[in-house]
Design a binder for this molecule. Structure first.
Ligand SMILES: [Zn+2]
Length: 336
């Protein structure tokens, strides 16, 4: 069954509607999951917990912890939202998402990506994005958000490829919705170098992206080979104990440059669309090279050769690509 958010607020001062939304949903006693810096954004009348104090491996303690509450509110960045969603899922309570930045589509998606493979849960029942808070969040996080949006373009191409080559179920409407969200944000960035309204457009795009996942009942519309590449980088960061603080959206941005180039070579994508992905990332100063993210060339090459094994998802990487081919692609896309 599809669940999509019942209330979506994206505006300056949006946080003020929280009491109204709670009363419309007939919720009276939420537990707030927050970060130390983000707790202040919701009323001190509500009880709260820091996400860092929650033991994610102890499900019975989560059930005990939440038994007196009728809902869970996550307020903060990716961790507060993801852990809030996790607590809501295991305690079977509705979840309200209050992002204070916009670095990935987890703010609205029915996905918990604390580890791989991610798990699919219910969508947040409400999303309250206060633009006056979000636009003041670190620019690096907002730039990373674009990486998680441009990835819709290659995700949809991969999905279509899987449909044609291995008969995977495909939804044309979800694909168009997802692709359009990305194209509109890219066009906005390309046409208006003064990106004053960027944070609002970005948040709307990320919410739209989360909703396409809910409608498709799969991450397919927003996650393809570019996400596999990002997950491969995460895996290698742990394997080699690399002290690199690259963000999901930043890695997906690089991944999208790679995957769009591969789709262009197979004539699934035209040259302009491929180039616009990279130029939009450049305009807002999101990383477009491995060096900017702090990765050595050999790590990027290894990530591209193992990406197809990260999860069972058919993409343009097919059964994997050789080290030599990976190196050539990374050089041709100027990532190394
Ligand atoms: Zn993502």
């Amino acid at each position: 069954m599809i669940t999509i958010p019942r209330y979506i607020v994206v505006e300056e001062g949006g946080i003020e509607v929280l009491p109204n939304i709670l009363s419309k949903l007939n919720l009276k006693n939420p537990l707030v999951i927050a970060g130390k810096k983000t707790k202040k954004y919701v009323s001190s009348d509500f009880e709260y917990m820091y996400y860092s104090d929650i033991d994610l491996n102890n499900i019975s303690s989560i059930e005990k912890l939440t038994k007196d509450y009728d809902s869970i509110i996550g307020v903060g960045g990716g961790k507060s939202i993801d852990i809030g969603k996790y607590v809501a899922y295991y305690s079977k309570k509705p979840f309200i998402s209050i992002p204070t930045t916009a670095s990935n589509d987890g703010i609205a998606s029915p996905i918990i990506s604390l580890k791989q493979p991610s798990i699919m849960v219910e969508s947040p029942i409400a999303i309250i994005a206060d633009i006056s808070i979000i636009k003041k969040s670190p620019k690096r996080l907002l730039n990373a958000g674009l990486g998680d949006i441009v990835s819709n373009i290659t995700a949809v191409l991969d999905w279509n490829l899987a449909h044609k080559e291995v008969g995977e179920e495909y939804s044309e409407s979800s694909a168009i919705f997802s692709k359009t969200i990305a194209k509109e944000l890219i066009d906005f960035i390309l046409n208006k170098p003064n990106i004053h309204e960027y944070s609002k457009k970005l948040v709307k795009a990320l919410i739209g992206s989360g909703i396409t996942i809910a409608i498709a009942g799969s991450t397919r519309p927003a996650s393809g080979s570019e996400h596999l590449f990002s997950h491969a980088l995460d895996y290698l960061k742990i394997k080699y104990d690399l002290k690199i603080d690259s963000l999901h959206g930043e890695q997906c941005g690089l991944g999208t440059i790679i995957s769009s180039y591969m789709h262009y070579n197979e004539e699934n994508l035209n040259k302009d669309d491929m180039e616009h992905i990279k130029s939009s990332l450049k305009i807002i100063n999101a990383p477009t090279t491995g060096k900017e993210l702090g990765f050595d060339d050999d790590i990027l090459i290894e990530a591209l050769t193992i990406a197809h094994k990260i999860r069972n998802r058919y993409t343009i990487l097919r059964n994997g690509i050789s080290k030599e081919k990976a190196e050539t692609i990374l050089k041709e896309t100027e990532i190394i």
